[in-house]
Design a protein around this ligand. Structure first.
Ligand SMILES: Nc1ncnc2c1ncn2[C@@H]1O[C@H](COP(=O)(O)OP(=O)(O)OP(=O)(O)O)[C@@H](O)[C@H]1O
Length: 248
């Protein structure tokens, strides 16, 4: 591999991330990073702060502090729509598709121009055709309104629409939450396919089995504090840590 300056830098670095809802502090000095090509899982029990961390990175929490650097650029105080145009994709937990729009129309809404890495090479670029290869279910219902799709199909459409923005990195909030086992399986395949195609992912996840299938590294959150950072294999050595901070 050629040595290109800038490759060594993590794609996303958060330092001392804090977040509040009103007077209640939810995140406490969270440090994390995602490198190019990585799938990283942010884990923890219900209420640990995973979704809040993802939203804070995306600029969606009003009262926040700390630094977030994305591809060398400080995005700590940028609004979410500006962050999205820089190539940070966000798939919310609650599948915000447009229910009146068809699958194709929903995808069109997400379209952004192709992007290049700092070294000039093309970043992963998505078209409707490529997305239909990745999500065969969606290819069977191009004209179906979002409101007439199952929860799992809507979940897939939300991911596909985010990919239409050609993101360098996708923040994926609880992909396995509240969907049928078959959809969870499809999510696993989808994440691994994205990784192969060069998309990096930070996902929030409670399910250790799911995280094990897709992620290179894990951050374990408890009450808004990072309690563990490492690989799944390293976490597996620490039974007590898993018992203390995860629902087993
Ligand atoms: N809009 C809000 N206003 C006030 N408190 C909130 C809000 N959203 C979340 N919280 C609180 O913040 C804490 C962290 O919630 P968060 O949703 O980030 O946790 P999580 O780890 O993603 O859990 P879950 O899996 O339940 O979504 C919880 O105590 C929750 O009650």
């Amino acid at each position: 591999m050629s040595e290109v300056k800038g490759h060594e830098q993590p794609l996303l670095v958060a330092e001392h991330l804090c977040a509040w809802y009103g007077a209640a502090q939810i995140l406490f000095d969270v440090d994390l990073e995602v490198r190019r090509g990585e799938v990283v899982a942010l884990m923890g029990r219900n209420g640990a702060g995973k979704s809040t961390a993802i939203k804070t990175l995306m600029g969606l929490i009003e009262r926040r502090a700390g630094q977030v650097v994305f591809m060398g650029r400080d995005i700590s105080t940028l609004p979410a729509y500006r962050i999205a145009t820089l190539g940070l994709g966000f798939v919310p937990e609650d599948r915000r598709i447009f229910t009146d729009l068809t699958v194709l129309e929903n995808l069109a809404v997400g379209r952004q121009p192709a992007r290049r890495w700092p070294d000039g090479s093309l970043a992963p670029e998505w078209s409707v055709e490529r997305l239909f290869d990745l999500f065969p279910n969606l290819s069977e219902m191009p004209h179906r309104p979002g409101g007439k799709m199952s929860g799992g199909e809507q979940q897939m459409l939300t991911v596909a629409r985010t990919l239409m923005g050609n993101p360098f990195l996708v923040l994926l909030d609880e992909p396995s939450e509240g969907v049928a086992p078959i959809v969870v399986e499809q999510m696993v395949h989808m994440i691994l396919a994205l990784k192969r195609q060069g998309v990096s992912i930070l996902l929030s996840e409670q399910n250790l089995h799911f995280a094990r299938l897709v992620s290179d590294r894990v951050y374990l959150l408890e009450k808004g504090h990072i309690r563990f950072t490492g690989t799944l294999a390293e976490l597996d050595q620490l039974e007590q840590v898993k018992k203390d901070y995860l629902t087993m």
